[in-house]
Ligand binder design. Sequence first.
Ligand code: CA
Length: 442
Amino acid sequence: MEGEVVSAAIDETHDPARGSWVPTANGHPEFPVQNLPLGVFSPRGGQPRGGVAIGDRILDLPAALAAGLFSGEAERAAKAAAGATLNPLMALGRNPRVALRRRLSTLLAADGAERAKVEKLAPTLLHETASCAVHLPAAVGSYTDFFAGIHHAYNAGVRAGRQPPLTPNYKYVPVAYHSRASSVVPSGTPVRRPNGQRKLPDQDAPDFGPCRKLDFELELGIWIGPGNALGSSIPIARAAEHVVGMCMLNDWSARDVQRWEMQPLGPFLAKNFSTTVSPWLVTVEALAPFRRPQRARPADDPKPLDYLWDDTDQREGAFDVRIEALIETEAMRRKGLPPHRLASSNLDHLYWTVAQLVTHHTCGGCNLQPGDLFGSGTISAPDQSGWGSFAELSDDGNATIELPSGESRTFLEDGDEIVLRARAVRDGFVSIGFGDCRGRIA
Ligand code: CA
């Protein structure tokens, strides 16, 4: 860990005038040269290794290291990012990561001094993404799912018949539960409809069988970088140093199982059968231009307790990133229809900043570790166009959602695919995306 307090830095790697000699990077909706997300991939017939998404290609980090393209701190980071997981890179902290980003940006820039040399190496450095398998970016040691989307929390309270809908702790505590790391899967992995105990309101006793209310949740995934020692806590002013980047996260949910099992200890099997993440680690450095002040709380909301309050975090701790959830059914695929948008929202609807989640998680001495994953909670918008789950969209099955194929849905059916996407847009900067977070119900 370096000594200085991290503040969002915008540098030459964000320069909107910078293009790449990789032709598909220029104008790419997700992976222009300003993004440079890290991930783990296998070229056809090859072993998993670290790479960088650039346009419709992946830059092979072991190949770039073998070609001697890195030195110093950038080389240290490239070596840590070259293996079958990014955990060693996540452990390093900000300085080597920034050095790697700046070096990659130079190597891939259209006007880079070494362009001729690097371009000549392209056949060994670059793989077509379409011909590669993309894996989880990290071995996930621990996965915690928060509940920081206040509109989702409010809608859940309304459905539960609570008045007021938010529980009394909601505006004081960043509410969460410890979820399951072993079933976190990368985009594209089929999701099996879980079996479980279900009890509908009109049943006297539960029965056992396939989930009848299978749902998605539109969430931000947060990748933890350097950890903290057991028994220590991370002060809010240092929390940003412990976050390495973001992904999109779908917290698949079995609502009928959940309703029956979760009292009084919270979700268990309803949430642990699969969690899908987009495979690219979009670094906090790439997201620097898209930071914004945390939304001001309504005047009658309590101010967060002191340990959760930091002026810098309030000034730049939120992110202006558009997010959406789309559905594609088997019939839509047969008819050649494009995925249908179910919800459109923004990361800035989170009631708590990412730094507040980190600090709260550790305030009692819990140790975070590199490669730990947080889910933000479902990030619904205030109105129906941005409700990020079927539980909200269909009011727990009481309303139907009509699809362009002529079908309707209350919850997910077999063959349905959910795609989550995120796109950061700001005037004067090149937009970047997170890459698909996709899963089909098998
Ligand atoms: Ca969730």
